[in-house]
Design a protein around this ligand. Structure first.
Ligand code: G3P
Ligand code: MG
Length: 362
């Protein structure tokens, strides 16, 4: 269950629709950090600016990360011009909080500066080490990069002889692939996560967890850019190149993993109850995404496993190239997120006859 604090708000409406929305963020609501114009209007429509005057529940399910959920929601609230609560927000690394008690000393990789160290702290990880700490402790670890003064100050010096990394968590996209890969590969091939050692079997190193597996993602550049999934391919290929073995202890969270959708269902149910006073799961969840290998695949597969309807909508504002044939077929293709929202409302609330559906929960 979500362990985020409840928002200090009372339920907004007495009429709760039996449908809801779940939004991917990059390529749907934002691109390169900028708001996709139709996104603000789409959320206004869900927040009651529709011909029926109803508020429609929605949550956000992004593979992105690198900040605490609370910080990210503050940013999103400004960008999307509506209050976004951590109670309606899931990012790629959110499920990692459930592993904080499993490991003692962990290497936390990715994100801007040392921000992911803070995220890991809020999740309850006890002994957090970053690549910066290792570089500060022995600068020869990464021959082509020296820490800047500001980085040096925010990192800690460790006794590497004593250090034993029990697991590696890639919280967000690596900003320094070469240096991070150097360190990750050393540890994967090490004896029990000790720097400067080499295992004879190459199978004694710590497991590695990725917050998602997106090979590409949509930014404000005209072509898609490589993401964490591409970095994972690089690390795993190098491991195989060096050892002749497949890396068996590599696990990805995020979409399209079914666990992420199960987690999203719990968050949505709690959100409907705390914010809208409605119990249980909605009849239909419209999932709006831009990547068919991730968002559409995950939604379609999850739909097959649950009683509720999870209805996939692919938008044309992100990774998906309009006109091409998606390898995972969405239930609907929409030009943008506003069209996706209007499609869902029309389908669930108006019905084919154009009259209001009679199945609203009062
Ligand atoms: O790094 C984030 C990106 O890979 C995808 O984010 O919001 O499209 O799931 P999102
Ligand atoms: Mg996306």
């Amino acid at each position: 269950m979500s362990c985020y604090p409840s928002p200090n708000v009372s339920p907004v409406t007495k009429v709760v629709p039996d449908f809801a929305f779940a939004f991917d963020i990059d390529g749907v609501l934002l691109k390169g950090g900028e708001v996709i114009p139709e996104a603000v209007e789409a959320l206004k429509v869900l927040n009651g600016k529709n011909q029926f005057g109803i508020d429609i529940p929605y949550i956000f399910v992004t593979n992105g990360g690198g900040k605490t959920e609370a910080e990210r929601c503050q940013d999103l609230s400004k960008q999307l011009e509506t209050v976004v609560s951590p109670d309606q927000f899931i990012c790629g690394h959110s499920p990692m909080r459930e592993m904080a008690d499993v490991y003692g000393t962990v290497l936390v990789v990715g994100g801007e500066g040392e921000k992911c160290r803070d995220v890991a702290k809020t999740y309850g990880f006890k002994n957090i080490v970053t690549p910066g700490d290792l570089m500060k402790s022995n600068p020869a670890v990464t021959p082509f990069r020296k820490l800047k003064d500001s980085e040096h100050n925010s990192c800690k010096e460790l006794d590497l002889e004593e250090l034993e990394i029990e697991a590696i968590f890639v919280f967000a996209d690596s900003r320094h692939w070469g240096d991070d890969a150097q360190i990750i590969l050393e540890l994967l091939m090490s004896k029990n996560g000790r720097m400067g050692t080499v295992s004879e079997t190459f199978e004694e190193g710590p497991p590695i967890y990725w917050s998602h597996n997106d090979v590409v993602w949509a930014t404000n550049y005209e072509l898609n850019r490589y993401g964490m999934g591409a970095f994972r391919v690089f690390v795993e290929s190098m491991y195989k190149h060096q050892t002749g073995k497949d890396l068996k202890t590599s696990t990805a969270f995020g979409k399209p993993q079914i666990g992420t959708y199960q987690f999203a269902t719990r968050v949505l149910e709690q959100w409907r109850e705390s914010r809208f006073g409605a119990k249980g799961a909605p009849k239909t969840v419209y999932f709006v995404g831009d990547t068919y290998e991730i968002d559409i695949k995950g939604t379609n597969e999850y739909h097959e496993t649950v009683d509720e309807e999870w209805y996939s909508i692919l938008v044309e504002t992100g990774v998906y190239a309009p006109g091409s044939v998606p390898a995972h077929e969405p239930r609907q293709i929409a030009k943008n997120v506003l069209d996706a929202v209007l499609h869902g409302i029309k389908r669930s609330h108006v019905g084919e006859t154009g009259s209001l559906a009679k199945d609203l929960v009062l």
